[in-house]
Design a protein around this ligand. Structure first.
Ligand code: HDE
Length: 705
């Protein structure tokens, strides 16, 4: 009778049946036949109690084909632990990717703060930085249209500083009271359980239509900022105003701003959509590969500093988190750089268990009265208590400060420390080494005078919801404006309730009547709705070109990835020349072939491939090239994967280097070559074209709103 493959060893592989040499050796090297076969010096497998395990393949049975015994404590422990491997995911920002690195201050802020992290030039402060999407679950994809979290934990010598920001400088709401409503509205609808990780649905836009304070952030959310090309090419913002406190106790307001060394870059919407199927982990993989290759991503940290008096002259309230301070009004002062240079050893232990909290600030940094920030000061610790299972999560290595820490907090779930001594209270006279508060070094709050009347109120200075939305929209280049209008049309077209669509268009009339008209046209709305009443007149604020991104894309191939398509019979010298030229300017080159085993080149050598054509669509590259024999070109012209490779690259405004043999595929894709389509022999021409997107091509390949 046929037996399952392992049934023989179940009958015979008991500890006593192991060769005698494997039973001794002080628990090392006797991990059983499988590990011996693999070679190397393996430590012995044990249970959590340290009991050595003899057989990790078979559970304990009454007979080789009999039932499993409850007595099998090894099986029960293994399965029980597995059953509890998942912890609750973050309610927002569940999907994240993180890396270790350092922050190095280049300009001291000593005049403004006592925080060593902002005064001690040249010291490398370890950081752990986690990027995230907001709406989707931990298993959702990397490239939906969504705000990105940008959270940095600085392990400073005076305790942890968490700058828990986003890649957008403003937020949807003004008061923490509305956060649960906002998040409920954007997440999947509760009765149907979809859509996952997307704002293009009724409940989100219903909320927006009834909460005009969201309009400025909506303009950002509909811009290309929410479809970044790479986590390495995003800006980061602390969003709220914080305070800096100097030795004299004087306060200066500060906003924090990260700028990527590789420049800001986004995808185009069709590309982002296709990336969702091409590579669910597109951003995570991109960061991983860059760090593994030693191509460490870097950001510059800048501050905007201003006083209470400066703030009074602003045409908005800086405590309102739906407002930004234009760089043209308060310039950015670069103060340091962050480099991410080490991938976590373990995703769960570090990226999942890391707990950021805006309330973690060292002495010399303090909070403003921004009502959203005030709510956040409560929320993060609270959510982490349930997410990480108790009050000792700061002892998890990724969360623990790297400076000494001592207090009288004791016990609780998962206490890892073994405090010594009799004294667990303060004050005490029984021991000479117990921790005491220090007026000189301790945290100080800004001594702010307050003489208000208690109440559930919204400041009148928060009432203008449209002026900065208008400023943002009108500051964009015409193409970016078209992208925003198209994004609004796309999202609202997924909204099934006509009155919600109309109400949003009504708000857009305040932002910009022409934008409202474009969106109305795109939605097939024949009459414009009326604009809702406002309490404040909409101001025409000075425009801020610094808010654009298309113009600010860096002309470089560093950090960019180029795919070269080859097949049997390709000219190896041409491939090698192109590759060399591209790598010389910092690009990462990947070879794509119809088969992953590679292609047999014209001279008979084998060129291994990094990716198979059908599984490596052109969306994963910044530009593409192909070197094909006329025969293979003609063959591939009948292959959908090959035709789509070029059609998508062309549609996503990428440079294409296509040899003569490739022309048949371009024709099959209906591609009419333009200035961005060059010959692969012209490496400088290809490099120049690949350093940007072919924006002038866009009106020819799609109809924008
Ligand atoms: Fe968060 N936010 N948030 N948020 N947030 C969380 O904390 C919250 C807000 C941000 O990679 C949660 O540990 C409230 C603004 C990031 O682990 C939670 C309010 C900004 C991350 C929470 C806000 C952020 C979070 C969920 C309104 C940009 C991920 C899990 C008052 C400045 C950090 C957790 C990471 C995570 C609450 C608004 C950024 C529930 C109540 C504004 C980057 O505590």
């Amino acid at each position: 009778m046929a037996r399952p493959p392992n049934s023989r060893s179940a009958a015979h592989k008991s500890p006593s049946a192991l060769p005698s040499s494997t039973q001794s050796d002080n628990f090392r090297g006797n991990a059983g036949e499988l590990q011996q076969q693999a070679g190397g010096k393996h430590p012995v497998l044990t249970t959590q109690q340290g009991i050595p395990v003899a057989d990790n393949q078979n559970s304990l049975r009454t007979a080789p084909r009999g039932p499993t015994l409850l007595e099998d404590f090894i099986l029960r422990e293994k399965i029980t632990h597995f059953d509890h491997e998942r912890i609750p995911e973050r309610i927002v920002h569940a999907r994240g990717t993180a890396a270790h690195g350092f922050f190095e201050l280049t300009h001291s802020l000593k005049k403004y703060t006592t925080a060593k992290v902002l005064t001690d030039i040249g010291v490398q402060i370890p950081v752990f930085t986690r990027f995230s999407t907001v709406a989707g679950g931990a298993g959702s994809v990397d490239t939906p249209r969504d705000v990105r979290g940008f959270a940095v934990k600085f392990y400073t010598p005076e305790g942890n500083w968490d700058l828990v920001g986003n890649n957008i400088p403003v937020f949807f709401i003004q008061d923490a009271m509305k956060f649960p409503d906002l998040v409920h509205a954007v997440k999947m609808e509760p009765d149907r359980g979809f859509p996952q990780a997307g704002s293009a649905h009724d409940t989100f836009w219903d909320f927006v239509s009834l909460m005009p304070e969201t309009l400025h952030m909506i303009m950002w959310a509909m811009s290309d900022r929410t479809i970044p090309r790479s986590l390495r090419m995003m800006e980061g913002f602390g969003v709220h105003s914080f305070r800096l406190l100097n030795a004299a106790g004087e306060s200066t307001f500060v906003k924090f701003h990260w700028r990527p060394k590789l420049g800001i870059q986004s995808t185009v919407w069709d590309e982002a959509v296709k990336l969702q199927s091409a590579d669910n982990d597109y951003h995570r993989r991109d960061l991983f590969e860059a760090i593994e290759a030693g191509d460490f991503p870097e950001w510059e940290l800048s501050v905007q500093l201003f006083t209470e008096q400066d703030a009074e002259s602003f045409p908005f309230d800086h405590l309102d988190p739906t407002k930004l301070i234009p760089e043209e009004l308060v310039p950015l002062q670069p103060i340091g750089r962050m480099v991410l240079n080490r991938w976590p050893d373990n995703f769960f232990a570090e990226t999942e268990q890391v707990a950021f909290c805006p309330a973690n600030v060292p002495p010399g940094i303090d909070f403003s009265n921004d009502p959203l920030l005030q709510g956040r000061l409560f929320s993060y610790l609270d959510t982490q208590l349930s997410r990480l299972g108790g009050p000792n999560f700061a002892q998890i290595p990724i969360n623990a400060p790297k400076c000494p820490f001592h207090n009288m907090q004791r016990d609780g779930h998962m206490q890892m420390q073994v405090p010594k001594g009799r004294v667990n209270y303060e004050p005490s006279s029984l021991q000479g080494d117990t921790p005491r508060a220090s007026l000189a070094q301790g945290f100080r709050h800004f001594a702010q005078a307050d003489d208000g009347v208690k109440g559930r109120v919204r400041a009148e200075s928060f009432a203008d919801h449209y002026s900065q939305a208008r400023m943002f929209y009108r500051s964009q280049s015409p193409l970016e404006q078209a992208h925003m209008a198209s994004a609004l049309v796309f999202e609202l077209s997924k909204v099934g309730t006509p009155h919600v669509r109309e109400a949003v268009v009504g708000h857009l009339l305040h932002v910009d009547p022409e934008l409202a008209q474009r969106v109305a046209d795109g939605l097939g709305l024949h009459t414009l709705p009326s604009a809702p009443a406002t309490t404040e007149p909409v101001q025409d604020l000075p425009l801020s070109p610094a808010l654009r991104i298309i113009d600010r894309m860096k002309p470089t191939l560093q950090g960019r990835s180029i795919g070269i398509l080859v097949a049997d019979g390709s000219n190896g010298a041409s491939v090698a020349n192109l590759r060399k030229a591209l790598e010389k300017v910092g690009a990462t080159v990947k070879i794509v072939a119809p088969k992953v085993g590679g292609a047999v080149l014209k001279d008979g050598t084998l060129l291994p491939a990094d990716g198979q054509l059908a599984g490596t669509p052109s969306v994963v590259f910044d530009a593409v090239a192909s070197i094909l024999s006329p025969d293979m070109g003609a063959l591939l012209a009948k292959e959908a994967a090959a035709v789509d490779w070029f059609r998508d690259a062309f549609g996503h405004l990428k440079a294409i280097a296509a040899c003569k043999g490739t022309q048949a595929i371009l024709r099959a894709g209906g591609i009419e070559p333009d200035a961005g389509v060059v010959d692969p022999a012209d490496a400088p021409g290809f490099i120049a074209a690949a350093q940007t997107r072919q924006w002038e091509r866009e009106p020819k390949v799609r109809t924008l709103a």
